[in-house]
Design a protein. Structure first.
Length: 310
């Protein structure tokens, strides 16, 4: 029986059971001393409009380590630059590849591509979400706190400090789906879009997630995880001056960290700008967690590819 195609464009494309399964599989894969080559004979296409270090390399390494083939499809060299339609591109690539991984600006592009693709399409970052990043983040939290089940994960308070960007959007979504205790802390004018927040709150009613949006620094109290990201995402460089002014008091530094729980861990999806969203000393003290988080991208990508195309 032919397997039904599944895409991961958003956290909402995954159930709580699927999220847990992909993470637990990644944890098992990480412990393996020798690969079992589960993706032998499989190939994926990587279409990246935006610069990338971790995402590009971890997807490529994940496929190679499982004896699969990653193909870097340079956007500038594809026929789309000459006006070929998304429809035609998706239809043709579906006949060559087992999955397509896309990192682009407009979320609508990846949605259109997935609509016409007959193989799984994976969101490697858009202006709306960054779903697999969040699975790697959750994997790190589960490892650090030795979490055995969702019930225990729900006992932790996870706080995202900074801009309500694509990473924050995916955190909102995963908190809602898994029923987590989640705080999004930042300047009032840089909160999540109304429709995205409403979507999360709607799901949260069913899962009993505790989601709070705040601009009050004191709400960081009781946090077990503090997460941050750059103040200026790709494409927002023109807003640099006003963003620095707005976010200056939301830097993750020793003062802010002192308000959290004693053993609170700090995470950052990278790249980091030391001295802006995170102080250099906190970055140095927490780098064991942050670089472990970066490594976990490899294992999550491997797990996701096995889940989608094996």
């Amino acid at each position: 029986m032919k397997k039904t195609k599944k895409d991961i464009l958003s956290i909402y494309d995954l159930s709580s059971a699927e999220i847990w399964k992909i993470i637990q599989s990644a944890i098992s894969l990480k412990k393996e001393k020798k690969s079992k080559f589960r993706l032998k004979g499989k190939s994926i296409g990587l279409i990246f409009e935006k610069p990338s270090t971790r995402t590009m390399v971890s997807f490529s390494a994940a496929m190679a380590q499982e004896d699969g083939t990653p193909l870097n499809l340079d956007v500038k060299k594809l026929q789309t630059t000459r006006g070929e339609s998304v429809y035609d591109t998706a239809k043709v690539l579906s006949r060559y590849l087992d999955a397509v991984v896309i990192r682009c600006f407009k979320h609508s592009y990846i949605e259109e591509f997935a609509k016409y693709s007959s193989v799984p399409v994976v969101n490697a970052l858009t202006d709306k979400e960054h779903p697999l990043q969040i699975l790697a983040d959750l994997m790190t939290i589960i490892e650090k706190y030795k979490i055995k089940n969702l019930k225990d994960l729900r006992k932790l308070k996870i706080s995202f400090v900074g801009d309500a960007n694509n990473v924050a959007n995916s955190w909102l979504a995963v908190a809602a789906v898994l029923g987590l205790d989640f705080l999004l802390l930042g300047p009032k004018n840089y909160g999540p879009k109304k429709e995205l927040l409403n979507e999360a709150l709607k799901v949260a009613k069913t899962t009993k997630a505790n989601i709070k949006i705040s601009s009050d620094i004191e709400d960081i109290k009781g946090s077990d995880v503090i997460y941050t990201d750059v103040w200026i995402s790709m494409g927002e460089e023109k807003e640099s001056v006003q963003r620095h002014k707005a976010f200056s008091k939301y830097q993750v530094n020793k003062t802010l960290l002192s308000k959290a729980n004693k053993n609170c861990i700090v995470l950052h999806c990278l790249p980091a700008v030391r001295g802006e969203e995170i102080s250099a000393d906190v970055m140095a003290e927490q780098e064991v967690n942050i670089f472990e988080q970066a490594e976990n991208r490899l294992h999550i990508h491997k797990s996701a590819m096995i889940y989608l195309i094996k």
